[in-house]
Design a protein around this ligand. Structure first.
Ligand code: UDX
Ligand code: UDX
Length: 429
């Protein structure tokens, strides 16, 4: 059955959620506080890189099922469901900052119809449904937790093909109404209490981060004993209990979720009287990985980076997104610059003209080869597929030294060695 839905916040999560729900046949109004964003989206211009999202936004705009408005209060007047998709950034002490969520709830409270269901989609700590209930100031509406499990870059696919839909509600009839919105999707549906739903989200992200830190630690061990982590991971992944997903070694994990969610979960545990030492270790291994990669570049460059030029391919926190939030790549380049290196970088999703304070001190170029001119070392930091197919004869001719640090184990090692490159990956002897 088609529902009337409002989405508050049109970022990666809100926009994907809104566009996918309109694709499923619902009538969706998305609100944001940034006028330029609302105008652009109303014209069908999608400000983020997300596979398949442009098509769904166009589809929704032309069918009239999807609209964009300025101001949360203007979206919720006749909504049966309101999704809160505003940011929940990390505050100074590591906990999640709920001020945007609370402000949005206070703003929409007076405008809601009775029996409306307000849904926390943003990642929020345990107890946030209560916080939202209080901020709404209404006794006649419901608050439900329905966490997102969308990977940037494949968020549309993940929304339409979920591994599960989790609904955390105290009220069974509210849970059933929320489930009705997802009837078009073939996915297991889990109804639980709000606290459990909130923990499912944190526990899932922290577990995935744990897998990656674990494999990065195994990679360090492989280097020390002369084993090849790619073969080790292949052998581990055949075991169905382990699986092969999220075991790619790399420069460490980043993005808008893992860093803040893992720190927030440590904090949630601390406040509840449990010392989550395991997860603190996972975070420590990740910080060490940034340092390990930076140190590998330093050693490849001959031990001293001062005055040396480094080429970098990849600035985003992973491939197929334009998102720079908490990117391991930027963290590693910051460390290289602190050691005296000059960095020229290329990323298929970050244009040279892109002005962003996070890129300060890095010369961004649109051409991958231009990044390599006079560089002592080329460091590959995100796993963009196209990096594999660049002309390495040309790269060799441009660089001051033929040295590659492949922090994603992406490139063809033998092809590089044939061209006289000194090649180093992660965890490969
Ligand atoms: C969201 C959640 O906020 C985060 O908790 C979760 O872990 C990941 O998903 P994301 O969609 O990636 O984050 O955030 P962002 O791309 O920054 O989008 C947030 C949007 O909300 C922006 O368009 C912003 O303009 C808008 N916004 C922000 C509001 O509409 N109102 C506000 O008060 C604040
Ligand atoms: C994550 C969750 O996967 C998703 O369910 C949702 O909760 C939002 O947060 P996202 O942040 O988009 O998604 O990225 P993800 O694909 O999970 O990757 C996170 C980080 O881990 C990236 O820096 C990525 O490069 C790294 N990673 C991932 C690895 O280093 N190795 C892997 O095997 C997988």
């Amino acid at each position: 059955m088609a529902s009337k839905i409002a989405i508050i916040g049109t970022g990666y999560v809100g926009l994907t959620t809104g566009a996918c729900l309109s694709h499923l046949g619902h009538s969706v109004v998305c609100a944001d506080v940034v006028p330029e964003k609302v105008d652009a989206l109303s014209r069908g211009e999608v400000p983020i890189l997300e596979a398949g999202l442009d098509e769904l936004v166009h589809e929704g705009l032309s069918s009239g099922q999807l609209r964009f408005v300025l101001g949360a209060e203007n979206a919720v007047g006749d909504a049966e469901f309101v999704f809160l998709c505003v940011p929940t950034p990390q505050s100074d002490d590591g906990s999640a900052d709920l001020s945007y969520i609370e402000a949005a709830a206070e703003q929409i409270g007076p405008h809601l119809q009775p029996e409306t269901i307000v849904i926390n989609k943003s990642t929020v700590p345990v107890g946030s449904t209560r916080v939202v209930e209080r901020a709404l100031g209404r006794g006649d509406v419901h608050v439900v937790s329905n966490p997102e499990f969308l990977r940037e870059g494949s968020a549309v696919h993940d929304f339409l093909n979920p591994d599960r839909v989790v609904i955390g509600a105290d009220d069974q009839s509210a849970a059933i109404r929320v489930a009705g919105m997802y009837l078009g999707l073939a996915a297991p549906l889990q109804v639980t209490d709000p606290a459990s739903a909130e923990i499912i989200k944190y526990a899932s992200n922290a577990f995935l981060a744990t897998k990656i830190s674990y494999v990065n630690a195994i990679a360090a061990l492989c280097e020390a004993v002369g084993a090849d982590v790619n073969d080790v991971v292949l052998g581990m992944g055949y075991d169905k209990r382990i699986g092969n997903a999220f075991l790619r070694p790399g420069p460490g994990w980043g993005g808008s979720c893992f860093p803040k969610d893992s720190r927030a979960l440590v904090k949630i545990a601390e406040e509840a009287g449990y010392d989550f030492g395991l997860l603190r270790g996972v975070i420590d291994v990740n910080e060490e990985q940034f340092e390990r990669v930076a140190d590998k570049v330093r050693r490849l460059a001959g031990g001293d980076l001062s005055g040396k030029r480094i080429a970098a391919w990849g600035l985003t926190f992973k491939a197929r997104t334009d998102d720079l939030r908490e990117s391991p790549s930027l963290e590693i380049l910051r460390r290289l610059r602190a050691l005296g290196a000059t960095v020229r970088a290329h990323d298929p999703a970050v244009r040279a003209a892109h002005a962003d304070p996070r890129l300060e001190g890095i010369e961004v170029v649109d051409d991958p080869y231009a990044a390599c001119e006079d560089a002592e070392v080329l460091v590959v930091l995100t796993e963009w597929d196209e990096f594999k197919w660049h002309d390495f004869d040309k790269v060799a001719g441009l660089m001051a030294g033929r040295r590659v640090l492949d922090a994603r184990n992406l490139l063809e090692r033998s092809a590089l060695k044939r061209r006289g490159f000194e090649y180093e990956g992660i965890g490969r002897g």
